[in-house]
Design a protein around this ligand. Sequence first.
Ligand SMILES: *Cc1c(COP(=O)(O)O)cnc(C)c1O
Length: 478
Amino acid sequence: MIIQNLSDLPKVDEFIRDDRLASAMETFGYTPTLNAVRAVIDDARQSIRSRCQPALAVPDYSPLTRDELIERVFGRLERESKPGIYPVINATGVILHTNLGRAPLAEAAAEAVHRAVSTYSSLEFDFEHKSRGNRNSHIEKLLCRLLNVEASIVVNNNAAAVMLALSALARNREVIVSRGELVEIGGSFRIPEIIEESQALLREVGTTNRTHLQDYERLIGRETAAILKVHTSNFRLIGFTECVKTADLADLAHKNDLPFIYDLGSGCLSEQLAALFPDEPTVASAIADGADVICFSGDKLLGGPQAGLIVGKERYLSSMRTHPLLRAFRCGKMTLTALEQTLRLYFDEEKAHRLLPVLSMALVDPTALRQRTEAFAEKLKETGIRASVEPSGMTMGGGTTPEYYIDSFACVIDPALNSGTPSPSAIESKLRDCSPPVVCRLVKDKLYFDLRTVREEEEASLIGCLLRAVRGAVPGTD
Ligand SMILES: *Cc1c(COP(=O)(O)O)cnc(C)c1O
């Protein structure tokens, strides 16, 4: 029956007894189904009413049927029950894609989280001494051993780490920062604003492009609480530029008995990874240069969960440990568990490179990647999609190492060479509608798929999705 008038609309009580809706109730629950039925009938009522008013007439109105209403109820329930965060196939080749969750965790870390949170855990209980423990103590001891530092603190993210360090060490006093380092990192982390929020007073030094040691020397006075160096993670100055060497700044701070705080950003713990990016300082190099307080992220080049790590001298970290902000910035057990397992892998460099996805993806053997990409293009050809393998550049992303492109390979689909296919942007948007969605790069009307960031077990799903997007629906594949 076609529903044309308000009187044709089913009553909720009667409609809900339809057999097909009984199965919806089983899957989605009674109340959500009832609410969806009400909403769908309400919408239909609105559109019938608006059809009666010429000004609101819908030109492509198609007649409604009971089946169509049922379909709408299911569509609505499915949309509403879809989780907000779900897996995505990242074929961009950008390893630390901030919009896609930055670093994927090592399997050991993900499994440990699952185990630790499915039941009770030793989070704040010290079984050795039969007393109440500190949730951060396991991981802080581990960090000290790994990096050979006196003290460490873990908080929610690096923004919190920097804010805690400044609040504890420079509140109501001056912190000296080069004008070339007053940066904004994505997600509205801006150095001048963080300093203001921490109630320290920003004392700018030097110029945008050049800052000298004497500039710092001249500004140090009775009000100075600290010298802060910020790694300009996501941008580079080129040309007539100069900044002071980290070790020289540390010396200057120490001569004046001031803490030297270094916001390192990425927190690279792998020398092999750092070798790909000559300007990227490692945590080890910051320690060797004499930084007293070093802050870095857990989910950038380190390859762990979102976290902020502070390492350095006990003398300066002790005031952070008793600071009220620490309570506000503390990590949950999922983060601490994942971070602990990530850090443990670094005790064996070979293990870290093999098992930490960020490292294994960045350091993958180029020949192996090319061969894998060629085999993938071959598989596509078998399904009737023409694809080629082209050299491309890989970036780390996540606001790190901006000017470095590492040679990589991509499987390229040129819709112009595949007759009868939708437009490049239509294919791209169809790929995003897949389950799981696929994100790739669209450059000059060609689609680039970099398998570096695609797990091997995701390839079949990627091919299925490409078939639907490029060649239209294919029977027998879903
Ligand atoms: C990324 C970054 C931050 C912010 O770190 P989050 O962990 O994202 O809060 C702060 N400072 C620098 C230099 C960074 O690169």
